[in-house]
Design a protein around this ligand. Structure first.
Ligand code: UDX
Ligand code: UDX
Length: 468
């Protein structure tokens, strides 16, 4: 047994990773007190809202867990100092976006928030504290965190005549949005990297409350950090691979669904992450691959950098390709035409739009002068507004957010399905066709429509990856 007894945990960052992860830890470990802190007041207020539909993130099953843990042993607060000083273990789960300025801009990760968090831990912690990297970070970031903790602490200790010590661990999160609760409750594996066996054991003991020991993998710090980047890069690479094949299918008359099934039944390949679509989105894939590209360059491995960069280039190409197909099918112009966008989140079952293919495709259409009516069951109008205004340079068209699929399709020339929300499957296309202008087009980038459903409606259907 580890001699370190963990009673109180603090997590810095109440986002898509910190919020659900800490909720599940609190649920599975009722004897632990879990405090999630954030600098964003609105976010903390939303986490504390008595109306569970107002939680800052939508994640199936999260509301049930929050309702039984919040106020019991799970607390969301702005109280950084007290939460850190009381904690035996601090998770850092703040955002690490791609740098927009300076050395490595466009590729390297911006670690300002991680550094700021480490400084706060160094300042406020008391006694021995285990610090855990939860955010996805470049390899060897733990070293930087250790140095910040050491130097800041030396100064603090001299000033206050107290002693504080730290152990740093890496414990990357592999949850996917939309299935976060299931992924956290039944993870394929938990990865813990670190050199201090007692600290590692203390964290292992927390996970042992619900994860079988054979699924807890312990490695050195650097392997753990790199494994997270590599896992995301491999997953994204599969998507770019199948998307490249989707274009090939369209050119040759093959069908990407059939090809995916045929290759996915080979056990060595496996059937996951073979759905062709409008390209991967989400906060991690692009950022993490670009980070890998940057680090490969930094370590003098340009061939490795080029290899991974191609995965991102193919992803952008896929989005551009879709927009160009829409343009081509609508006689080369969408100026003044009405187009419905079904789905704005980067995937189904989340309200997250970070890097959603819908943003780039919508902005390209707006720049061509299209009028968009956008429907998404979970994404807010404020979110869409921010995304479109941030990305569009020369908006010639108009956009509005609507509350239902029929409203979105009223008088449109075309419908573009970008997210595979359940409610987009099995629609009554006979009725919907009567709302649309003629000739009417449906562009299905997620294969939610079965060709027979649309037969005899007069609608022209283009399906990604389906050759004619
Ligand atoms: C983020 C990263 O995107 C991902 O790479 C990493 O693995 C985990 O952290 P996510 O939880 O999805 O994932 O980010 P986000 O929803 O933006 O949440 C981060 C939170 O940290 C925000 O609520 C932000 O206000 C908070 N934060 C940021 C702090 O509390 N303190 C800071 O100094 C900076
Ligand atoms: C991903 C990783 O899966 C997760 O392990 C990591 O912790 C964070 O990054 P997430 O981004 O939430 O999770 O979702 P994921 O299900 O991986 O989907 C990412 C993107 O790829 C989405 O835009 C999705 O639509 C797309 N995708 C996924 C496909 O286009 N085809 C597929 O077959 C699978």
């Amino acid at each position: 047994m580890s001699s370190i007894k963990i009673q109180k945990i603090c997590c810095i960052g109440a986002g898509y990773v910190g919020g659900p992860t800490m909720s599940v830890i609190a649920d599975k470990c009722p004897d632990l007190e879990v405090r999630v802190v954030d600098i964003n007041k609105d976010r903390i207020e939303a986490w504390n809202d008595s109306d569970l539909t107002k939680l800052p993130i939508f994640e199936p099953g999260l509301d049930r867990i929050i309702s039984r843990t919040r106020g019991r042993n799970l607390f969301f607060s702005l109280e950084m100092e007290k939460s850190i000083s009381d904690a035996d273990m601090v998770f850092i789960s703040v955002n690490t976006p791609t740098k927009t300025k300076g050395l490595g801009a466009g590729q390297a990760s911006d670690l300002s928030w991680v550094e700021a968090s480490a400084r706060q831990v160094a300042k406020y912690a008391k006694g021995h504290t285990i610090v855990i990297e939860k955010s996805t970070l470049p390899v060897r970031t733990a070293q930087a965190i250790k140095e910040i903790l050491k130097t800041t602490t030396n100064r603090e200790n001299q000033k206050n005549d107290i002693s504080k010590t730290f152990s740093v661990l890496s414990n990357p999160e592999f949850l996917a949005e939309g299935t976060a609760i299931n992924d956290l409750e039944k993870p394929d594996r938990v990865l813990i990297g670190g050199e201090d066996p007692e600290a590692v054991e203390a964290l292992v003991n927390i996970y042992l409350n619900w994860v079988p020991s054979e699924q807890i993998i312990c490695t050195n710090l650097w392997s753990s950090e790199l494994s997270k980047l590599a896992a995301n890069a491999f997953l994204a690479q599969r998507i770019s691979s199948i998307n490249s094949i989707s274009a090939f299918c369209e050119a040759t008359g093959a069908d990407v669904q059939e090809v995916a099934k045929a290759i996915g039944t080979d056990k060595r390949i496996g059937d996951q992450f073979l759905s062709a679509g409008p390209g991967f989105g989400g906060s991690c894939f692009k950022k993490d691959i670009l980070n890998l590209v940057y680090l490969s360059g930094y370590f003098g491995l340009p061939e490795v950098a080029n290899y991974w960069n191609q995965v991102v280039l193919l992803n952008t190409w896929q989005q551009d390709r879709i927009y160009k197909i829409v343009l081509e099918k609508l006689f080369g112009t969408v100026n003044g035409k009405n187009i419905a966008i079904l789905g704005f989140s980067f995937k189904a079952n989340t309200n997250d739009t970070r890097e959603s293919p819908a943003i780039r495709i919508s902005c390209d259409l707006l720049e061509e002068g299209a009028n968009l009516s956008i429907y998404d069951p979970k994404v807010s109008v404020e979110r869409v507004e921010e995304d479109l205004e941030k990305t569009s340079f020369n908006n010639q068209g108009t956009w509005k957010m609507v509350n239902s699929i029929p409203e979105a399709l009223k008088n449109v020339d075309a419908v573009l399905i970008i997210t595979a929300w359940d409610e987009f499957f099995g629609l009554d296309w006979n009725y919907l066709a009567s709302l649309m202008r003629s000739p009417a087009w449906v562009f299905d980038t997620r294969s939610v429509i079965n060709r027979q459903e649309i037969e005899n409606t007069g609608i022209n259907l283009w399906k990604l990856g389906e050759g004619s």
